[in-house]
Each structure stands twice: as C-alpha cells, then as structure tokens.
Design a protein. Sequence first.
Length: 307
Amino acid sequence: YLAKKFFYLWAKMTFGQVLPSRARRFYDQKILQKTFGEWKEQWTVCREEKLSLRADSHYRHLLLNLIFQAWRAYVCQQQGKRNKYHVAESHAKKQTLLRTWQRWLLYVGVQRTKHGLQSVALAFRERSCLRISWAVWRRQQYQKCSGRKMNILALQHWAQSLQFRAWLQWRELYLYTQNEKQKDTRAVTHHQHWELRRCVGAWLGYLNLHRVKKRQNELAQEFHRSRTLQRCFSDWQQSWECRRRMHAHQRDLEKQAARIALWRVFAHWKHYVLCVEEAQQYELAEKHYQCHLLVLQRYWNHWKSRL
C-alpha cells in the first residue's frame, strides 16, 4: 500500500497533474481536428471545382440549345421559302398551261371553221361538177335541138366556169390571208414567250442574288453575335477567375491569421499550463515533504516507544 501510494506521488511529481495517457488523447484529438480541417478545406475546393464544371457544362448546353433553336428557325424559314417557291412555280406552270389550253381551243375552233368551209367548198364543187356533168349530158341529149338552145347552154356553162374560177381565186386568197394571220399570231406568241422567259430568268437571277445577299448578311450577323458572346464569356471568365483567386488568397490569409492566432493561444495556454504544472509540482513537493516528515515523525515516535 505504501509502495503504491509513493508510486502515485512519484508519478504526480514527475508528470504533473496531466497523465501521459490524457496528454496522448489530447494530442490525438488535436491531430484529428487538424486533419478534419484540412480534409474539409480540400472538400470545399473540390466542391467549388465541381460547381465550376457544372456551370461550364450548363453554359455549353445553353449555348448549344440557342444555336440549335436558331438553326431550326433558319431551316423552317428555308423550308417556307422553298414551299413558296414551289407554289409560285406550280402557279406559273398552271397559268402557262391555261394559256396554252386557251390558245389550243382557239386553234381547234379555227381548224373546225376551216374544215367547215372546206366541206362547204367541196360540196359546192361537187354540186358544180354535177351541174357541169348534167349540162354536158343535156347538151349531148339535146344536141339535135336548136342552135339557140346550144348557145344558151354554152353561155350558161361559161358563166358557171367563170364563177368557179372566181371561187377558186377567192379560196386561194382566203387561205393566204389565214396563213398570214396565223404566222403573225405565232410570231406574236413566240415573242411574248421569249419576253416572258427572259423576264422570268432575270427575276430568278435577282431572287437568287437577293437570297445570297440575305444569307450572307444573316451569317455575318450570326458570326458577330457569336464573337460578341464569346468575347463577353471570355471577359466574364477572366473576371471570375480573378475574383476566385482573390477569394482564395483572402481565404489563405484568413487561414494563416487563424493559424497564427491559434498558435498564439496555444503558446499562452502552454505557458499557463507550465506555470500551473510548476505550481502544482511545488505544492506536491511541499505536501510530499510534509508527509515525509509525518512518516519520519511517526516512525521516530514508534522507535522511541519501542526503545
């Protein structure tokens, strides 16, 4: 019991009030706190980097979405233009076909009129031929008639021949006039078609040139917008990087100041602990000395009583 008691007294005088196990636990706790602080700082930095990566990804996605929407609007506009052009071309073809159909109907009417006139002329000729044949037959039948009747029949035949020749001349003149009119009509139609083709070609050339110029202007505006957006994003990224560096430098300064303050507090605490340990050691030494004196006195009294 005395050995155990003196061992405890020796341990307190040697190590002070704080035992090695408690100091080791305090040291492990401080090391754990420091490690947790470093890990928390690294985790914060990683989280900021992840947020930055997510912001960049979101910006790229938004930019691609805007580009896709602009491209889809352009495609829809081009499709609308192509549909309008096809509708205009179909309408022009229908108009040309309608004009051709009207001219063909007019031509068919003229041909029918010609065929009617030709049939009338052939019928008239047939009747004339029949009349001539009938006159010849009558002249042969009545040849033995009087010379007066023969002369009358000859005069009638001569009159009919003159009438037939006049009708042939009138028919040739009528056909020549109709041919000249048809030639004039065809020439006018050909000239109109040629002028229409030339105007349509010039209009298509102007339309293509206007479309190319409009497309170039749109591409130039799109390029200017993209360059402006890229320049603004670059300026924002540089300013954000500068602010991030400033915040990181400020955090480093704050951490350094916190470490310096903690070191100062730890130094004050260490000085205080050393002072307290010295006072406790002095008090324990005094108590030990008093106990030693009491023990010596006890043993001295016991030895005296034994003596």
